[in-house]
Design a protein around this ligand. Structure first.
Ligand code: PEP
Length: 250
């Protein structure tokens, strides 16, 4: 079956309502029907900008996602947002377990799994992030660490339609450094090989690569076997760069 590439932009804590509306509007206008059969283009702005981005997308096919959700449906959780709130704000996806949340907020695999389960229950597709640190790679433990995170972070019911994996080596995020094509291929192949044993239906899940994806390396990365898209940080803040990355798919 042909791959439906998912190119997801993680805006992190960037943007104002004016900038967000302009960026989303430019992307929505450029992402037209003929593109849409083999591509999903997604933007994940900060939570307070979801409404303005939703309005800028209008009836366009650009998808809207969030950067995090709480595992509970509601309650006394100051500063958090539930998956249901994100769904009602027009989101289709939510990133969970990004390394910046694992580091800044001490999120562990069990919490990431609980968030992914909550996202699915609300009708959202969780993008579950996993990835090794530089020290773990230099120790030769990258595959072991990533497969450990995978098995502990994945919800019990996963399919090609209700969850996505993002392999993001921590040392490649925002640094301009990327693994070799061979290293990406080996890791994605290891993840693909592990999926059937982890959740019923998981074998067809899409596996995104993330970490310093730019217009000039996207073509090479997206052509690697078992790379089904990209999670893009910095380069997603510029419409031209983000669209060039999407256009680099094989
Ligand atoms: C990210 O934040 O998930 C990411 C991959 O960032 P960057 O593309 O800037 O490395």
């Amino acid at each position: 079956m042909a791959i439906r590439y998912l190119i997801a932009g993680n805006w992190k804590m960037h943007g104002t309502p004016t900038l967000a509306a302009a960026l989303a509007g430019e992307l929505a206008n450029a992402f037209t029907d003929p593109d849409a059969h083999d591509l999903e283009l997604l933007v994940c702005p900060p939570a307070p900008l979801l409404a303005v981005v939703r309005a800028a997308i209008g009836s366009g096919k650009l998808l809207l996602g969030a950067q995090d959700c709480h595992p509970r449906e509601e309650g006394a959780h100051t500063g958090d947002v539930s998956a249901q709130m994100l769904f009602e704000a027009g989101c289709s996806h939510v990133i969970v377990g990004h390394s910046e949340r694992r580091t800044d907020h001490g999120e562990d695999d069990a919490l990431v799994r609980a968030k992914a389960v909550a996202a699915q229950a609300a009708g959202l597709v969780p993008i579950i992030c996993i990835g090794e640190t530089l020290a773990e790679r230099e120790d030769g433990r990258a595959v072991e660490v990533v497969l450990g995170q995978l098995s502990a972070s994945l919800p019990p019911a996963c399919s090609a339609y209700n969850a996505v994996i993002a392999y993001e080596p921590v040392w490649a995020i925002g640094t301009g450094r990327t693994p070799t094509g061979r290293d990406i291929a080996d890791m994605h192949s290891a993840i693909r090989g592990a999926l059937p044993g982890l959740a019923t239906g998981a074998e067809g899940m899409r596996i995104l690569y993330g970490g310093s994806v730019k217009p000039d390396n996207a073509g090479e990365i997206l052509a690697i076997a078992n790379v089904d898209g990209a999670l893009v940080g910095g380069a997603s803040l510029d419409a031209g760069s983000f669209l060039k990355i999407a256009a680099s798919r094989p």
